[in-house]
Design a binder for this molecule. Structure first.
Ligand code: PMP
Length: 486
């Protein structure tokens, strides 16, 4: 029987109907769906097709999950293989050949020192559950309670993960400055700003009257994602490693967003050579399906059986899709590709910034890129931070690969801007996001003030696709700027 294509008017009505029913039925707490009123029905690689027939370049990539883009053939094949094999899909945390293959492939990618003495805990399928597990692990192993974490951090939405995120207001977690060039809390940025941040950390830990008892662990993101695409300088990360090692404080690297090649190395800690005691992994390791694990050194493995239980820790399809993704990224050098392409895109975006005073900063590492929008009409805004964006806001970031020193190599105009940052412009950023969408480009917003346009494209994009993304973004910025100041 011939299938008749629905008439365009009917397609559009179906699309509108789905969106209308969504806004009538779904929670007020829904997030991405508010800014992105689209109804995806098909997707491949970088492209999503909506129920209205529109096509979009997807630079949100499931909040950085889709290392290989949508429906990559190797991922689909891995999933089909499990389905066709008759293997059980739900096994709690029992051993299976699929899980064994996933664990072997994952350990192959880890920093050698950690892999050689590594243990893995399969967690509930969200990144935030793996963060909870990591916090519990180091609290049990050290017998200590407190944690140190960083301004601007985002680790998830469950209670413990929220406590260590930047928007929290609590006493169990001491907050330390995360180094950043743009909006540096010390007003200097660069290596000096990062050094001051490290000294503050040291003094807080060593001063018996700092009000911060020796913590059970330090948790950090090698590049803050939701906090605004802020790459930690490699030297600073090495300092954090020395400071924590010297005081027997386990260092937890949250690589939920930075992992699997995203920043130009397989794991972002590799840029600095730092080997953390604990790594929290999720998003891309499941090859687009939900999966989260904690990896840690064996001497920390002193918690009891069932200390971090959960029903959904055995997702066989995610493990198969994840193993295929990890292997594909490794075998095809996609981390290196992300590094090269990301550097090129940052350079192009910095040229764009020279033409747009509303671009305050361009920063990132690999294919984790942020463009911070500011209000050029407000002069004298040095260091003005505005209102806090809250813990869940999508993020923004800093610097070329190399971190803090990157600011020093900026063109004069941008360097000047980075030392005297203007107030963030969240409304302009939202307008840019809307203008991008109307040009068929999906971008994320983030940063402390939701003023950072974030690009998290799949690592598989071609040079032509990267150029199309930047063209549409440039166009959208011009249009939003005209509306805003016109
Ligand atoms: N850690 C980091 C660094 C993240 O970026 C996120 C999610 N954006 C999480 C943890 C939480 O992961 P999930 O949303 O899967 O709970």
């Amino acid at each position: 029987m011939a299938v008749t294509e629905p008439a365009p008017a009917a397609v559009s009505a179906a699309h509108e109907g789905i969106l209308r029913r969504q806004s009538a039925r779904e929670s007020a707490a829904r997030t991405y769906a508010r800014a992105l009123p689209i109804v995806p029905v098909r997707a491949r690689g970088l492209t999503i097709e909506g129920a209205d027939g529109q096509r979009y370049l997807d630079c949100l990539s499931g909040a950085g999950t889709l290392a290989l883009g949508h429906n990559h053939p190797v991922v689909l094949e891995a999933i089909r293989k499990v389905l066709d094999s008759g293997a059980p899909l739900h096994v709690l945390d029992l051993a299976t050949p699929v899980k064994d293959a996933f664990t072997t492939e994952l350990f192959r990618t880890l920093p050698r020192e950690l892999a050689d003495r590594g243990r893995i805990q399969f967690c509930g399928p969200a990144g935030t559950d793996a963060v909870e597990a990591a916090l519990k692990l180091v609290r049990t192993a050290t017998g200590r309670e407190g944690m140190v974490a960083f301004t601007g951090a985002y680790h998830g939405m469950t209670a413990g993960a929220l406590e260590v995120s930047g928007g929290a207001r609590d006493v169990r977690v001491a907050r330390l400055p995360y180094p950043q060039d743009y909006r540096c809390p010390f007003g200097i940025g660069g290596a000096e700003g990062a050094e001051l941040a490290a000294r503050w950390t040291e003094s807080l830990l060593d001063d018996p009257k700092s009000g911060v008892p020796r913590p059970a662990g330090m948790i950090l993101e090698p590049v803050q994602g939701e906090g605004g695409v802020i790459p930690a300088p490699d030297d600073w990360l090495r300092r954090m490693r020395e400071i924590t090692a010297a005081r027997s404080i386990p260092l937890i690297a949250d690589e939920v967003q930075t992992g699997v090649g995203r920043t130009g190395t397989f794991w972002a800690v590799e840029h600095s050579g730092v080997v953390p005691d604990v790594m929290v992994l999720s998003k891309a390791i499941g090859g687009s399906l939900p999966l989260a694990v904690v990896i840690y050194r064996d001497d920390l493995d002193v918690w009891s059986p069932g200390a971090h239980a959960g029903t959904f820790r055995g997702n066989q399809l995610a493990m198969a899709a994840g193993a295929a993704t990890l292997a594909y990224v490794r075998e095809n050098g996609l981390a290196e590709r992300a590094g090269v392409l990301g550097t090129r895109m940052l350079t192009q975006l910095r040229s764009l910034a020279a033409e747009h005073p509303c671009i305050g900063d361009v920063r990132g590492r690999g294919l984790m890129i942020g463009v911070e929008l500011v209000d050029p009409a407000c002069s004298g805004g040095a260091g003005s931070l505005g209102d806090s964006g809250g813990p869940g806001g999508p993020g923004g970031g800093t610097g070329t690969p190399g971190g803090a020193s990157a600011v020093r190599s900026l063109p004069a105009g941008l360097l000047d801007r980075s030392l005297r940052p203007l107030p963030p412009a969240p409304e302009l950023a939202a307008a840019v996001q809307r203008e991008c969408l109307s040009r068929g480009l999906i971008v994320e917003l983030g940063g402390r003030h939701s003023s950072v346009v974030r690009l998290l494209p799949p690592l598989t994009i071609t040079d032509e696709q990267a150029a199309a993304i930047l063209d549409r973004l440039a166009d959208a910025i011009s249009a939003a700027e005209r509306q805003h100041h016109g």
